[in-house]
Design a protein around this ligand. Sequence first.
Ligand code: ASP
Ligand code: MG
Length: 415
Amino acid sequence: MRVFKFGGASVKDADGVKNLLQIVRQATDELVVVVSAMGKTTNALESIVEAIVQGDQLAVDSQWKQLLAYHEQIASALDVNIREAISDEVLGCVLAHRNAKNASYDDLYDTIVSVGELMSTAIVAAYLNQQGIRSQLWNMPELLITDGSFREAMVNMPASAQKVQRAWHDPYRPKVVVAQGFIGGTDSGHRTTLGREGSDYTAALIANFLDAESVTIWKDVPGILNADPRLEPNTELIPELNYFEAVELAYSGAQVIHPKTIRPLENKQIPLYVRPFAHPEQSGTIIKSAPTEPVHVPVFIWRKEQVLITMRAKDFSFVLEDSLTHIFDVIQRCKLKVSLIQSSAVTISVCVDNSRSLPKALQMLGEHYAVTYNEHLSLLTIRGTTPELLESVQQERTILLSQLTRRTAKFVIAN
Ligand code: ASP
Ligand code: MG
């Protein structure tokens, strides 16, 4: 069996879903089709959660109305009846929580944001069935069992493997299964999410549990490129990467795959293909254990909206020895994503993605250290760098911090 993953951009309109149908039709193997929320739905749902906690019910109502209309319009262009395809619980979820102003943000977030994937998969599965491809819709909150760390839930691998395998070995299962990416559920039935862009990770987990032959991520780019085509005019396709390089790229901020995706695949030596959904005949990029050719071009990865936090011990004690555990405990509790770490005798600097919990983290750190920080920075990572490249990159840029290893250069940039 194989696993296909379609991200939000590939199902952002009815034509996208029709294209998905063509790709699924051409596959001869048994398939699990993992689907993200349509287009920018996850962002829209995040904004609805924000409106709920602000107590702005008018905004909740109007934003939800708009989001529902977007889905209704896609469904109707596909001849799918949205009220038959999607359960009342899912369709009514946002309005049922519209005055949950005092609910815990993270818990509310997962309940509501997961609605995006529940809607997209219901529409896709209904459409495939209507088009003669018999498919079963899996409800991942019942199959992918996680802990209750909302917004960044940890997957219980053995429990989830058992549930997914049981569902797969159902004798009545058709050849095609449709499953939500990004969402899971706790033992006690709470919906959870795995972290933004987590659908790739879901695809990798299902592949791991079912010993898939391969995973294919269908994307709106030709494969993994050596730079972001929106920022660089001349980009090159990287035809092959090993798992290690793929993790490095993903962690550095390459938006093509979620960093957690690689491990479940590497563990079972399952290859990952990144291919363009608009040109299914092209081979894209393959990630596997031993590529035949090393990457021959420098790779540029930008990670935006970074915050550089520097902590200095108030009493000149050595920050490293005394405080690492404490600092990282705060970072973990506030769910900050660290992109770079640097230390000196009495300071430690961490670069993190900006997030809603940043002010809280700064306050907690400020109780123990003299804390300074800069916002709106970018982190540029160059893999396979050369002295000439290093020089040109540093021209006309305000570089706050740099880190060099033999093959990789990282710059925290202020402009
Ligand atoms: N829909 C989720 C997001 O946009 C998950 C994903 O797309 O992978 O973050
Ligand atoms: Mg998405």
